[in-house]
Structure formats: C-alpha cells, structure tokens
Design a protein around this ligand. Structure first.
Ligand SMILES: [Fe+2]
Length: 538
C-alpha cells in the first residue's frame, strides 16, 4: 500500500521532479524497498487462430550429399556466384529415443551453390562425435540442450548408478551457425567445441576446443569481424568461484593455416551480477571501438546445471527468465580491454540477436531485437512445434513477439554529469539515457518500427549489409516476420522512417535470412535477400 501511495504521489508531479524524487528515494536504502520492481511494459503477445501445422518441418530428413538442381522462384542475378552456407537441426531421433528440443537435432549442413543464375543444393550431416556415437549405438548417448541422455542400459546396475554423478560431456553438435576464424570455416554451437568444415565439400574436419586456446568454456555462434579478419566473440569462464563473462579477440589469418585459434586472447573479463547465476546470451554488439555486452535476465542457474544429470533433468531446465533482474549493458574498449565505468540499465528484456551498433557524438547507439518476456527458449520444445489446431495457436500466442529497439549509451558518465537529465545528444532518436542519484544510467529505448510490425508478428533474425554497415551509422536492416513460430515473411526496415517492405510467400523460413552484399553498394545499404524454402526430403 505504501509503495502504491508513493508511486501515485510521484506520478502527480511534473516529470523531471518525479524522476528526481524517484532517484532520491532509490538512494535511501529503507525507502528503496517500497518502490515497485523495475518498470515493466505490458508484454506483446498475439491472438492468432488457425495456424498451419508445421510438424513436417520438424521431422528428420535424409542428407543429399550429391548436388541436385533446385527450382528457383524469382530471379537470381547472373553476377551473384558462390556458395550460400546454412546450418540447422535435421535429425531428431536415434532408434527409439527422441530429442525433446528443436535445438537438440543433429546438425545438417546445407550448401546452395549459385552460378549464372542456377542454384544447386547439397547437404551433409555434420560428423560430430555426438552424431557418430549416437549413430553407432542407435540411441541418444550425448546429452543436448533439452535432452538428457539416459545411462547405457548394457552397463551394470552399479555402473548406471555411478553415471548419474558424472558431469554431462559438452556436445559438439554444432547446429547453430557457420563462423570464420583466420580464414577457416567452422560450424558452431555454444559449447566449448566447434567443428572445422570444408565449405566446398561439406566434409567434417577437426574438432576444436576453445578451452585449449583461451580460458573460456564456450563461445557464441555469432562472432563479429573487422575488415582485416580479426574476430571478436564472447564466452563464459567457469571456475571454483563461479563464473565470469569473457570477451575474446582472435587475430586475423596468418601464414600457418593449421594453428586453429592460436593467438586468441581474453580481452576483458566481466563479473556477473551473481557469480552462480550468469546470464545467457546469444550475441553481442560491436561498434568501431567498443564491444557491448547485454546482461539480460535469462539466467543460468549454475547449481541446477551442475546437478541436472543427477536430478534427471536436461541443462535447459537450469536456464530461466527471471524478470526481477534488470537488463544491464556493459561497454568495453576493444583496443584496451577496459570496461567503461558507466553502469547502464534498462527495464528487463530478452534479446537473442543484435542488429548493429555504432558511435555518434560520444555515445554508442545499439540496435537489438527485444522481447519483453524471455521464456521463448522453453517454447521451442519439439512437442510444442509439432502441435496442431488450438494447441498450436496457444503455443504461438504465449510467445512474446520480438521488436527492433534502439538504445543510446553515453560513453562519458562522470560525477560532473547532472542527475535526472537525458544524456543523449542525438536528435534523431527518442532513446534516452538518464543519470540517476546512485550514478547508474537508466536507458529507455526507441522503437525502430511502426505499429504495422505487430501485424506481421514482430521481427527476428536481423541482418545488415555487414561488411559495409557493421559498426557504422546505417539506415536499413532486414529480418523475418513471425506470424508463426517460424519466420513466414522477409522484411526490410527503414530505421529513419520506420517504414517496412514485406516479402510474403506461402512457405516458411525456418532458417535465418541471408543478406548478400551487392559488390557496388548503393546509398541504400542495398543488397540482395536470398530466401530458400527447404522442403524436407522424403
Ligand atoms: Fe542466432
């Protein structure tokens, strides 16, 4: 009751005075507890009915090792030659045992070769240790994100009992993304393992362990690159004292092609808000001089992860949306590894893919796809995706929509900066960054879209003309609309006018769209969007 009266009183005051009082109250420990929890907007959910069943997209397929001709709908310019490489789950069971989560499926490598307007396709299963071992035993031997492998039934009772106490070994089922380090192609998941692959033949090559080169226990599947090939990534480091977030730099290609990740360095370590509860993250932002890490309230409960096997639960059960935490932005100087002292917070939101980041007038501008509810990781259970009728509608309507948002992070926040004032000097964005009494900076976003984006289910899987625009001020980005649990349209968004163009076809886009830069880029960040509907082979 007291907090309601307090909030009501503050709301009656002029905005600046109200904000100042809020800041003041937060700085007094006794009164702080009476304030409501972090400001939360209503979460945008949909209310769609009669969704088409997508179960056929969620079944195992055969590989197509020899290139086959494809039917091209539309027109592929003749000058656009090369290979489009995609990756994703393609096998969901071994023998009688089935994976539970979409992300658990065995990695199937896809290659679309474009030559003179003709496209050929081939695919091969990644010959990961997980795939090979599961195939050999005709059952699931290696645990994945949402599936806990059962003990070997051929073991003795004592052996099976003991195996529950062994830590699950990380998978090398690298089904998330293709990445390039030092000129070599790899496929990546988010564990400490990657697999080198031949982009021409799709052959699986060496298994690479991040922890052999740098003190991390994994890395994201969305690194950033500089024009010279220098790569940046992030990974968690776990030790006896808990965890830390590490920003990694991998040098560009050198003369020795077999040295894998040699020379990789931890540029900066960041302490989590709670050592035993680090945040999950899927990507991060990078401007010309800074890396921006978003510490979101999707929390990895390390105690639960460590004991998950003993409790008979998959690792996914230890990762949860905990909106009692705010979202925090950490800014690191790429050249010095210095973590900037500014403490930037916003209301809790979840983000999986950043769009772009650039610097302007002493600020980092950060564009992200954001959801106001971060429970979607658990939505993508295969049993949910294979539903039909009302059950499927209900799953879709319980998933928060993702929308592109802009944040502004002022780089210099010292003691001379006034409290309660918007520190963003940028006239083209309504995103604000206000210093509070405790020295932190409260960031409010600008929507990078109009209301019509809600009608197409929001936007995810953002892409920009990377080599031309990443880290620079830009205008256009591209992504998938989500009027279903998988993308069903392609969108080009204008960040200045908030107007969008939509390509809508009958099919679905289960993979992220790919942006192919046009060699002579125009003022429009122009390029070609390629979308290929892959029909599962019988
Ligand atoms: Fe991703």
């Amino acid at each position: 009751m007291f907090s309601q009266i307090l909030l009501f009183t503050i709301n009656l005051l002029p905005a600046n005075v109200g904000h100042f009082l809020c800041c003041l109250i937060k700085s007094i420990p006794v009164l702080k507890d009476f304030l409501p929890s972090p400001q939360q907007e209503p979460v945008t959910f949909s209310n769609r009915k009669g969704l088409q069943c997508i179960s056929p997209l969620m079944r195992s397929v055969e590989e197509t090792p020899q290139p086959i001709l494809t039917k091209v709908k539309g027109h592929i310019p003749k000058w656009l030659n090369g290979s489009l490489l995609r990756n994703g789950p393609g096998k969901f069971e071994f023998g009688e045992e089935k994976f539970n989560h979409w992300f658990d499926g065995m990695a199937l490598l896809h290659q679309f070769q474009l030559e003179n307007g003709i496209v050929t396709y081939r695919s091969k299963f990644l010959q990961s240790d997980s795939y090979v071992t599961n195939s050999r035993h005709n059952r699931i031997v290696v645990s994945e994100f949402g599936t806990l492998a059962m003990p070997d039934p051929c073991k003795s009772i004592f052996g099976r009992f003991i195996s529950w106490f062994e830590m699950p070994r990380p998978t090398d089922n690298c089904s998330v993304n293709y990445v390039v380090y030092k000129g070599d192609y790899y496929v990546s998941t988010e564990t400490n393992f990657m697999r080198k692959v031949d982009p021409e033949t799709l052959e699986t090559k060496e298994k690479v362990d991040w922890s052999k080169f740098v003190v991390v226990n994994g890395a994201t599947a969305h690194p950033h690159y500089e024009p010279d090939g220098t790569a940046y990534n992030m990974g968690n480091s776990y030790g006896k004292h808990g965890s830390s977030y590490s920003i990694i730099r991998i040098p560009p290609q050198n003369s020795n092609r077999d040295d894998m990740l040699q020379g990789a360095k931890v540029l900066c370590s960041i302490a989590p808000a709670e050592k035993m509860k680090p945040s999950y993250y899927h990507s991060f932002g990078m401007s010309e001089n800074y890396v921006v890490f978003i510490e979101q309230p999707i929390k990895i409960n390390l105690c639960r992860v460590i004991t998950s096997k003993f409790l008979g639960k998959p690792i996914a059960d230890g990762i949860n949306w905990e909106p009692q935490y705010k979202t925090r932005f950490h800014v690191v100087n790429k050249h010095t590894g210095e973590l900037l002292p500014g403490q930037f917070y916003s209301k809790p939101f979840a983000t999986f893919h950043q769009i772009n980041a650039f610097e302007d007038q002493g600020c980092v501008v950060l564009d992200l796809c954001c959801q106001d509810d971060g429970g979607s990781l658990h939505i993508y259970q295969l049993q949910n995706l294979r539903k039909a009728g009302e059950g499927l509608d209900q799953i879709y309507n319980s998933t928060a929509r993702a929308f592109p948002r802009r944040f502004v992070l002022p780089l210099n926040v010292d003691s001379s900066v006034p409290v309660g004032q918007n520190l963003s000097p940028l006239s083209y964005t309504s995103a604000s960054a206000v210093k509070e009494v405790d020295g932190t900076v409260w960031c409010m976003h600008e929507n990078l879209h109009s209301e019509d984006l809600e009608e197409v289910g929001g936007l995810e899987f953002p892409q920009i003309n990377y080599s031309r625009c990443n880290g620079r001020k830009y205008r256009f980005f591209y992504g998938c609309g989500f009027r279903h649990l998988v993308g069903d349209s392609l969108i080009k968004m204008d960040t200045e006018t908030k107007k969008m163009k939509i390509w809508q076809e009958d099919g679905f886009y289960p993979s992220e769209p790919v942006f192919v830069p046009v060699p002579k880029a125009t003022a429009e960040d122009s390029g070609v969007i390629l979308s290929v509907v892959v029909t599962p082979l019988q």
